[in-house]
Design a protein around this ligand. Structure first.
Ligand SMILES: [Zn+2]
Ligand SMILES: [Zn+2]
Length: 339
């Protein structure tokens, strides 16, 4: 009597395919969410590339490089939607099968004294709210290795399809971010004054300026080290850890490798400002910004006396961003691969 239903149930044993469509944003990007509990970053991948370039076996988080199979990256909202849609789909199939069985049964009944008929009252479907789409994200990236296009809020470091970290893109974006932040420090200060107090606002802005200076040097160190080490012949040149935070030493390395040091790539005033700004960063990181004899000797900065605390200005940070940007362009010209 329940032939159709039994057929459908048999199909279930073998696993079924449930078509679920998830919406994309206006630019065709697909919302994704990092499954790592520490990260949980939201990002997007152009759907075309998610389909064609991302493998089923492994996907990387662009923020933390957590690695997982492709089915683990739904946003909580998408997961909820899928959980709700799947039973509805099954219920629909079962209802259709039952109705067909009932129809067949009713047709097979011969008229007589007692008449039997079957009717099917379908259970109520769970109401499924349409799944929303996160706003388009302004920071978009194209992987220089596999071409996968992805987007994030804030800086992303890794390609979701191949896990590649673009050192160059990261460096350029870091400079952009620092420049943008510098244009907003007075606004930030006003907001902080309002929500916290004047002292905290002043301290926070001071921290932002010092952090930005350190961040630029850190980004340059990482960029220069990577660029250097991919040059032919670099492996035979001995280098100590974090040597690219030290201008004189790393400039000497480049000179050994390519015949050109930083002083050949920058103007005299750029190079001397760069030296001074690297010294300032060194003092902040290692001496909490308190001026000592070593700083005065090395930097030639006579505007402060020993025991004073260094003041980092927006101008200092922007000048460092400009010089490092120029230097990175010049260093890339030395790279025979031209990247
Ligand atoms: Zn992550
Ligand atoms: Zn890639």
């Amino acid at each position: 009597m329940f032939k159709k239903l039994l057929d459908e149930l048999k199909k279930l044993e073998q696993g079924i395919h449930i078509p679920i469509s998830l919406p994309l944003d206006d630019e065709g990007y697909f919302d994704r969410h990092c499954p790592s509990e520490e990260c949980e970053a939201d990002f997007k991948v152009l759907f075309e590339d998610w389909r064609d370039k991302v493998s089923d076996e492994r996907v990387f988080c662009p923020i933390c490089r957590y690695e997982m199979t492709a089915d683990s990256w739904n946003t909580p909202e998408q997961s909820e939607y899928i959980r709700a849609v799947a039973p509805n789909h099954l219920q629909g199939q079962i209802n259709t099968a039952l109705k067909e069985d009932a129809r067949r049964f009713n047709r097979s009944q011969k008229p007589g004294f007692i008449s039997l008929s079957l009717s099917v009252k379908p259970g109520r479907n769970q109401i499924v709210l349409p799944v929303g789409v996160a706003d388009t994200m302004r920071q978009t990236f194209v992987c220089e290795v596999c071409g996968c296009r992805y987007a994030s809020v804030g800086l992303a470091y890794f390609c979701p399809a191949c896990g590649h970290n673009s050192v160059l893109v990261t460096f350029e974006r870091t400079i952009d971010i620092v420049r943008q932040v510098m244009g907003k420090t007075s606004e930030m200060s006003l907001v902080l004054e309002e929500v916290i107090d004047k002292d905290t606002a002043r301290d926070s802005v001071r921290n932002i300026l010092e952090d930005s200076l350190c961040r630029l040097v850190g980004a340059f160190q990482y960029f220069a080290e990577n660029l250097f080490n991919r040059q032919p012949g670099a492996a035979s040149i001995k280098q100590r850890r974090n040597v690219f935070q030290n201008l004189a030493e790393s400039s000497a390395l480049w000179k050994t490798l390519t015949g050109k040091g930083y002083d050949d790539l920058l103007s005299r005033s750029e190079y001397s400002d760069l030296e001074l700004l690297f010294q300032k960063r060194h003092l902040i990181v290692h001496r909490n910004g308190i001026i000592d004899q070593e700083y005065i000797t090395k930097s030639g900065d006579n505007t402060h006396s020993i025991g004073q605390r260094l003041v980092i200005s927006e101008g200092n940070v922007l000048r460092l961003a400009d010089i490092l940007s120029t230097l990175s362009v010049e260093l890339r010209k030395l790279d025979p691969s031209g990247q």
